[in-house]
Design a protein. Structure first.
Length: 102
């Protein structure tokens, strides 16, 4: 008799908000990104304040916070070159929610 192995996937129950905040530097076309445990992703936030605090760590003058939909953020992440492979909801930097886009 075969048995079923239960192997829950982490993050599947974490919903990303429908509205997110991203950091953008228009002159260079760069966006705020983050690396967590070797995974590189577009940094997204559920609140503008989180994006503002994250911007303080970036050594690039002129970063602007944009409010975008989940789908818009996903498209931005897809448009980033490798090694960006996901969106990272960084409301908790120690345990970001990850949505892979490739």
């Amino acid at each position: 008799m075969a048995s079923t192995v239960v192997c829950p996937f982490v993050e599947l129950d974490n919903e990303f908000p429908s509205v997110l905040f991203v950091l953008h530097h228009a002159p260079s076309g760069r966006y705020g990104c983050y690396c967590h445990d070797g995974v590189n992703g577009l940094a997204v936030f559920s609140h503008e304040g989180g994006a503002l605090r994250f911007a303080e760590w970036i050594d690039l003058t002129g970063m602007v916070i944009h409010e975008v939909t989940f789908d818009e953020a996903r498209d931005i992440a897809k448009g980033r070159p490798l090694p960006i492979v996901c969106m990272m909801l960084l409301d908790n930097l120690e345990s970001p929610a990850i949505h892979y886009i490739r």
